[in-house]
Design a protein around this ligand. Structure first.
Ligand SMILES: *Cc1c(COP(=O)(O)O)cnc(C)c1O
Length: 217
């Protein structure tokens, strides 16, 4: 596969207008394709599997900023913690605890986002709205000193219904606002939007879009 340069430029300019970051999702893409993207100036990449991330990390330039975006098993945290600058998909306290422990072992403060379940599909991962508000109201984060919570992440329902998607993104944005105003905890980032819905996400306040398939052809 190669890069869809026209789309790439279009998405980048859309991000610039709204001050958002493009996380290029490189899962299943070859080293050659990722290098092509890198040489076009894209240095922020996202992967959703620990093993694939580790392999690509070894083979690709060291100034790539790797983001972990997929469901992460606790026993894989150790493999990626020294390689990524942000984990988007922290979806349980158990995982948070493991990240805190592994970060402490290597003397790092790990940047993370908490994943919130905003979609209608049951199988998607993430904290419920109630759980996430409780997490901040009871200051649960104080138990994890080696973790820096930078924001929230969410995935919309896979549907053609753009109003439904927009409402889900609005919900995530409102949860972030509630946490900031009622619990006085600053959350800079809101990671939402993929190939099919990134424009809506940017309109609804996303600061990080995770786009894969649209960048490649
Ligand atoms: C694959 C993936 C993306 C990108 O999906 P595209 O539809 O290819 O843009 C974004 N976020 C997560 C968590 C993913 O697994």
């Amino acid at each position: 596969m190669s890069i869809n340069i026209e789309k790439f430029e279009q998405i980048k300019s859309h991000c610039q207008k709204t001050n958002a970051n493009l996380i290029a999702v490189t899962k299943t893409q070859s080293i050659a394709s990722i290098l092509e993207l890198y040489h076009l100036g894209q240095k922020i990449m996202g992967e959703n599997k620990a093993q694939e991330l580790c392999k690509k990390y070894e083979e690709l330039p060291k100034d790539i900023q790797w983001h972990f975006i997929g469901h992460l098993q606790s026993n894989k945290v150790e493999d990626i913690i020294d390689k990524v600058i942000l984990i988007h998909s922290v979806d349980s306290l158990k995982l948070l605890q493991t990240i805190d422990r592994e970060a402490s072992k290597i003397g790092k403060t790990m940047n993370i986002l908490l994943q919130v379940h905003i979609a209608q599909e049951e199988h998607k991962y993430g904290f419920s709205k109630e759980e996430i508000l409780e997490f901040f109201s009871s200051k649960t984060y104080e138990q994890f000193p080696h973790v820096a919570i930078k924001g929230l992440m969410g995935m919309a329902t896979q549907t053609e219904d753009m109003d439904e998607i927009r409402n889900e993104f609005k919900t995530l944005y409102q949860i972030k606002q509630t946490i900031e105003t009622e619990h006085a905890f600053s959350l800079k980032e809101i990671s939402m939007g993929m190939s099919g819905d990134y424009s809506i996400a940017l309109e609804e306040g996303s600061t990080m879009i995770r786009v894969g398939s649209l960048l490649f052809k």
